[in-house]
Design a binder for this molecule. Structure first.
Ligand SMILES: Cc1cc2nc3c(=O)[nH]c(=O)nc-3n(C[C@H](O)[C@H](O)[C@H](O)COP(=O)(O)OP(=O)(O)OC[C@H]3O[C@@H](n4cnc5c(N)ncnc54)[C@H](O)[C@@H]3O)c2cc1C
Length: 330
């Protein structure tokens, strides 16, 4: 498919970028570009056809990392920097590991954290111009049963999984995103509320509005005793999209779990908290048996589709192992 020609604007301030993006109409879409990795795919796949691209990489100061009060990542911070920054790795290891295991070195060098959170699903039906991200029932009624990589939880309305793997760790760390618009200043939204519920996902899967620029991702300060682990389970050792990924943040008092945050990616249309597993852990002494029970609870509501039942035991094993790994993390 030939790409349409488009205009290019180098934004130098967030306000200018937001102003340009606010000019977007259905006939003349104006779209932000960060690293351009997903954007270019979407253009080549015929899903986006911008009349104008607004380059955000020319905005000064959007690529800063601040570890003074929790963690603040400018929207343009790359996955490679999140992996390699020793300040992030020493405190937010699950996020560093999630960034380190995403994609390939070349992609991590260009991919920004905001673009990563705003990338569209990898669902091959969504990426094909004959389908547009239908729900599981609709897909199957149309004979679209290639659901090996689709959701096993919350999948009755929409079975696409959210693509971002760093999002799994960020939700576990209770991250928020800052969105700046020209008219209404900026707003801060918890990442767990930012991704739209499955039934609302069609043209968009997040709550960013037209004319808004994502400026920062922030994580609140962690409890000094917090420990964390992240695991991305793939089919092969080299680069691959996950079967599932899991991030666990635990606060321990000796062997007892005081607080637990367990988030599962690539198994539901949005990063999915394992709330019942968290409840089972909190206040109890962490043993192999308790981790096993918590992992079992994480998949209790699974409703696998015709070809993705294999994901259920994989997810259960990864939740169990990641809980145990977090408990012994340094
Ligand atoms: C081979 C390969 C393997 C991959 N593996 C993984 C993986 O394992 N895990 C994973 O998470 N990802 C993976 N990816 C996806 C990749 O990480 C994303 O495509 C990339 O992070 C997108 O970031 P970007 O900066 O290039 O965004 P862009 O492509 O520039 O933008 C993506 C979207 O976000 C919008 N946007 C970007 N920044 C802003 C902003 N600041 N404000 C408002 N809108 C904005 C753009 O308009 C666009 O719609 C892989 C990609 C490839 C090619």
């Amino acid at each position: 498919m030939a790409m349409n020609s488009f205009e290019w604007a180098d934004a130098t301030t967030v306000e200018q970028a937001a102003g340009l993006l606010a000019e977007s109409t259905e006939q003349r879409p104006v779209i932000a570009k960060a690293g351009g990795i997903d954007l270019l795919d979407l253009m080549k796949e015929g899903i986006l056809a911008p009349a104008r691209l607004v380059n955000l990489k020319t905005i000064h100061g959007l690529d800063e990392i601040d570890t003074e009060n929790g963690l603040t990542l400018g929207a343009l911070v790359t996955l490679d920097r999140i992996d390699k920054d020793p300040r992030i790795r020493s405190r937010y290891v699950a996020l560093s590991d999630a960034a380190a295991h995403a994609a390939t070195p070349q992609v991590r060098n260009a991919a920004t954290i905001a673009g990563n959170l705003l990338q569209r699903p990898r669902c091959w039906y969504f990426r094909h111009d004959h389908f547009h991200g239908e729900g599981a029932d609709e897909m199957e009624s149309r004979g679209a049963d290639q659901n090996q990589h689709h959701a096993i939880l919350d999948n009755d309305k929409n079975a696409m999984v959210h693509a971002s793997t760093p999002a799994t760790a960020l939700v576990a760390y209770d991250a928020s995103v800052e969105l700046a618009g020209r008219a209404n200043g900026s707003r801060v939204v918890k990442l767990s509320d930012f991704f739209l519920p499955p039934e609302m996902q069609r043209a968009h899967d997040s709550g960013i509005e037209s004319g808004e620029v994502m400026t920062r991702v922030t994580i609140p300060p962690l409890n000094a005793r917090a420990k964390a682990a992240y695991h991305k389970q793939t089919e092969r050792e080299s680069y691959d999209w996950p079967i599932c990924d899991v991030a666990v943040v635990l606060t321990m008092e000796g062997q007892t779990v005081q607080n637990a945050s367990i988030v599962m990616g690539w198994v539901a249309p949005t990063p999915r908290r394992a709330s019942e597993s968290e409840r089972l852990l909190i206040g109890n002494r962490l043993t192999d048996d308790l981790a096993r029970q918590a992992a079992h609870a994480a998949v209790a509501d699974a409703t696998p589709l015709s070809k993705n039942g294999y994901k259920v035991p994989v997810l259960e094993a990864v939740v169990r192992r990641t809980i145990l790994a977090a408990a012994v993390a340094g």
